[in-house]
Ligand binder design. Structure first.
Ligand code: T3D
Length: 264
């Protein structure tokens, strides 16, 4: 279904979810929220799916909330929309909690909640010409869908304030220099690199990836002592897997490891 709000492409070991409202730079409406949630749930339920790649159709990644659905009179907003509670917040929480890496491949523009969505993914690859915009202030809103949480943690408070309070765009190279994203790549290489990354995750040790994600997420609220204890506990779990035994054996035998292809 080419006109579905989210296209799902099942690859060998990972899934590509393409936001598909290109005429509005993939702005979120209700149908896209529902489709994205269903696609993420289906990917999670499939033990052969070892990573998710989120991208956008057409000339940009995502322009945030569809503002055509937000023509309100003063005071009407809270009565008319519960989208944060019902859709954006569960989406960002689910990306954070998923036991598999989620990669965002950003081209064109990621604005408003579209930028928040990218920052909610584990790894953001962006085309060199891409821009990230905390567009909220331009229309009288505050950054949402996790941006006020992610920004200071990724780039520090001074830069978070600059981005959020001005709504000025930041280019992909600067975003990478600041630590907002993982990497800026040549425009024409974006999807090749994103697919290669996901294919790599598909053949990596699944439990180690899941527990690494868990440990890094927990570090944002733990002190050092608590984090060391968590690392010890998670390492016992990773060390008990067949993948660990295989990884060490492969190293000793000087051959590439052959990790399990399915998540348990
Ligand atoms: O409401 C709640 O539930 C709270 C949650 C809020 C979350 C949010 O995301 S709030 C922030 C919403 N997003 C924005 O404010 C961004 C609005 N868009 C823009 O600022 C610009 O369009 C872009 C910077 C993203 C891109 O600029 P440009 O010049 O490259 O493209 P354009 O010409 O502005 O947009 C192309 C088309 O997409 C255009 O339609 P047209 O004229 O060709 O028929 C434009 O209206 C449409 N479009 C772009 N963004 C949105 C949109 N239509 C609806 N909603 C959009 N967000």
């Amino acid at each position: 279904m080419d006109d579905a709000p989210v296209l799902v492409d099942i690859r060998d070991g990972y899934r590509v979810l393409t936001l598909n409202r290109p005429e509005r730079i993939n702005a979120f409406n209700l149908a896209m929220h529902v489709a994205l949630r269903a696609a993420i749930e289906a990917a999670t339920d499939d033990s052969a799916c070892r990573a998710i790649l989120i991208t956008g159709a057409g000339r940009g990644f995502c322009s945030g909330q569809d503002l055509n659905d937000r023509l309100v009179q003063p005071g009407e907003f809270a009565k008319k929309t519960n989208t944060l509670e019902e859709h954006y917040n569960p989406l960002i929480r689910s990306l954070h909690a998923l036991p598999i890496p989620v990669v965002a491949a950003v081209h064109g523009v990621a604005a408003g909640a579209g930028a928040s969505l990218a920052l909610g993914c584990d790894i953001v690859l962006a085309a060199r010409s891409a821009r990230f915009i905390q567009a909220f202030v331009k229309i009288g809103l505050i950054p949402d869908a996790g941006s006020t949480w992610a920004l200071p943690r990724l780039v520090g408070m001074a830069r978070a304030r600059g981005l959020a309070l001005t709504g000025e765009p930041i280019g992909a190279e600067q975003a990478a220099d600041w630590g907002l994203i993982w990497k800026a790549v040549d425009d024409e290489a974006l999807m090749t690199e994103a697919h290669a990354l996901c294919a790599g995750f598909a053949s990596a040790p699944a439990v180690a990836l899941a527990l690494t994600k868990k440990a890094l997420n927990a570090s944002l609220r733990n002190d050092l002592a608590a984090q060391l204890e968590l690392e010890r506990d998670l390492q016992y779990q990773a060390g008990a897997t067949a993948d660990y035994a295989e990884g060490v054996r492969a190293f000793i035998e000087k051959r590439p490891p052959n990790f399990a292809r399915q998540r348990k």
